[in-house]
Each structure stands twice: as C-alpha cells, then as structure tokens.
Design a protein around this ligand. Structure first.
Ligand code: AMP
Ligand code: MG
Length: 340
C-alpha cells in the first residue's frame, strides 16, 4: 500500500530498547507498543515499572483508541470521515464537525497565513490531480493545474463558524487534506490521554511526528534519532528531548514517478507543482501540531524563507529547524545502502 511507504519509523528512538512491534515490556521500565494507523506506524513508549505494567497497557490501549478516533474523524482517504463529508458537502451548506476537527481546521487556516500560503490544507484538488497523474503516468496539463489552483486558498476560501463549529467552502470543488497536520494533532491528544492516566514519561510517534514527555526509564532525557530522509536507514542527528515535539517531513518514499522524474507528495499551493529537489526537514516545537504543520511548510518554503518566517513571528520563538536538502540528481551519487 502506497501510503504505508513510511515503513521505517521516521524518527527512531534510542532508549535502550530493541523490541519488536506489539505491546511488550522492554528491558528496564519501559512498555512499548506499535500499531498501524493513519497510513503509517504509531509507536508508544511509556516508562512503567513491572508493578505498573497492567495500568500502562490499559493507558496505551486508550492512546491507540484516541489515535484511531482522530483517523476516523480526519482521514482524507476514506469516505466515512468528517473530512470526507466536509469535502462532499461544504460548498452546498455549512457542515458541522467535532470540536477536534474544527480545532485542526482553524489552526490550519492560521498556519496558511503564517507560512505565506506554503502550508495550505485546501491542496486537496492538487493532491488528487498529482496522485491521478502518477497512476496514469502522465503529467497534468497546465489547464488541469490552473483549475485545481482556483480551488486552493485556505485563508480566503474557508469559512468557519466558531459557535456552531461549522465549515463552509467558498468555491465549488474545494477539498481539504489534513495529511500535513492531523498526525501531529493526534499525538498531542494522545499525550493528554497518557497524562490523564497518570503517566508523565513517554514518547508517542506517529509516522515521524513525535511528542516526548518527561524522562526515559533511566531518568535521563530521551534521545531521539532524526531520520535522514534521503536514506532508508540512518539518522542525520540525535536530539536530546524533553517535553517537546519533533516532526520530520520529507519524500523518502512518498512520491510519484512520471517520465522518469520523481515528484514529491508535498505540493506548493502557490504554483500547483510538487516541491522540487529533495528535502528532509525536522522541526522542534512545543506541540505536535505546530511541528507537523511547519515541517511540511518548510519543505515548501525552502530553508531561508522558512527561517525568515519562523523568526519574524514571536509565537514561534520556541521552534527550531534542521533543514537538509539536495538536488534531485544528488541521489544518483548516493552509495548503496546495506540492507538491515
Ligand atoms: P507531511 O508528511 O506532514 O509533510 O504531510 C504531507 C501531506 O500533507 C501530503 O501527503 C498531503 O496529504 C498534504 N500536503 C501536501 N502538500 C501540502 C501543503 N503545501 N500544505 C499542507 N498540506 C500538504
Ligand atoms: Mg506535516
């Protein structure tokens, strides 16, 4: 399955734990479980002693239920979600959504403004156009791109009613895709579930969107490996993390190839074209939703513009960025990797 391309946990955690997927007590006081959801893998690690194990298991079950609930609300790829209903009906009439979906859409509209339109959930028509082009093996025409672009623009074309929690579209054929933000938000909600269950030391990672709280099983800061998106195996850096979100965007396996050229799954909403070159962007932020949205946005903006926009807005003072980029052709020179 294409969306499962992120087979490698994009951000790997080095916590003295070499366990397999599935719920299990790790060496020391760590309980770990991995499940497949949101088109990728989610891993929860909780510091819990032997006596706390049943409680930890129960809490982790609740975490996965929470993540699945977010998927049920916000998936772009399913017919039965709130987002799918919004995409079908929001031009005809305002569509009422849950508080969670509303919060994400509202935040996304603000991110569109803060990123000069680089992060834009109304990329739905462009995402579909490029996915279809990949399947057909031909580039979209200029007319098709122009038509899709006329339906893009979260800041101007999404109407929100805070009281009624409704969403309405200004242009027929618009659609929203929360794929660049919903995982980070879901991790934030899942962390709340863990805290409410009494666990203060944990990591939740959904497809490279990770939030870290408290300390590891040795009482030290967690060390998280930042995935090198140009490679299957390997990390560009290791980060000492405590109470923060770390999110990486890139196109290691999520892309389409048309006429031998590789096109990213991240689309520039200003031009309608997939982001050129290849980048691996990691954002550290106070919350998962911000880290997720900005790692996608920075992939579109490029490093200098992303830095400029992040640094001019005081609300992003605690955000940090690591940006690695190369030209498409650089990949041809990468030495083969050893299979692990
Ligand atoms: P991420 O993996 O978080 O960088 O998100 C990438 C996903 O976000 C894509 O697969 C699309 O579903 C969606 N997306 C693509 N381009 C954009 C964009 N410019 N702004 C917001 N979401 C996007
Ligand atoms: Mg993102």
């Amino acid at each position: 399955m294409k969306r499962l391309a992120l087979l490698f946990l994009i951000l790997a955690v080095f916590a003295g734990c070499g366990g397999k997927s599935g719920g299990k007590a790790e060496s020391g006081n760590l309980y770990k479980e991995t499940q497949e959801l949101m088109g990728t893998f989610a891993t929860v690690r909780v510091v819990a002693g032997k006596e706390d194990l049943p409680r930890a298991q129960e809490a982790v079950n609740k975490v996965f239920a929470c993540l699945r609930h977010m998927e049920d609300l916000m998936s772009f790829h399913r017919e039965d979600t709130e987002v799918a209903q919004v995409n079908r009906e929001a031009f005809d009439h305002p569509v009422a959504v849950s508080a969670e979906t509303f919060e994400v859409i509202k935040a996304a509209v603000q991110f569109a403004k803060d990123t000069d339109g680089a992060f834009d959930i109304t990329v739905g028509p462009l995402v579909k156009l490029w996915a279809d082009a990949g399947k057909a093996g031909r580039l979209p025409t200029q007319e098709e791109i122009a038509d899709a672009l006329s339906k893009v623009g979260a800041a101007a074309k999404i109407k929100l009613d805070e009281e009624k929690k409704t969403v309405q579209f200004a242009v027929k054929g618009m659609s929203i895709d929360l794929g660049g933000i919903a995982k980070g938000y879901a991790v934030d909600r899942a962390i709340e579930v863990l805290r409410a269950a009494g666990f203060q030391d944990a990591i939740i990672d959904v497809g490279g969107n990770m939030t870290v709280i408290g300390r590891n099983a040795d009482g030290k800061k967690w060390t998280v490996g930042v995935k090198n998106f140009f490679r299957k195996n390997g990390y560009v850096e290791q980060v000492e993390a405590e109470n923060m979100a770390v999110s990486t965007s890139g196109d290691y396996e999520r892309f389409v190839v048309i006429n031998g050229h590789r096109y990213s799954h991240i689309i520039d909403p200003r031009t309608g074209m997939p982001v050129e070159g290849a980048a691996s962007v990691t954002i550290i932020a106070g919350d998962g939703m911000t880290a997720d949205a900005w790692s996608t946005a920075a992939s579109v903006l490029g490093s200098s513009k992303a830095l400029e926009l992040l640094r001019k807005d005081a609300k992003y003072d605690d955000c940090q960025m690591l940006f690695a980029a190369c030209t498409q052709g650089f990949r041809d020179y990468l030495a083969p990797e050893e299979e692990k």
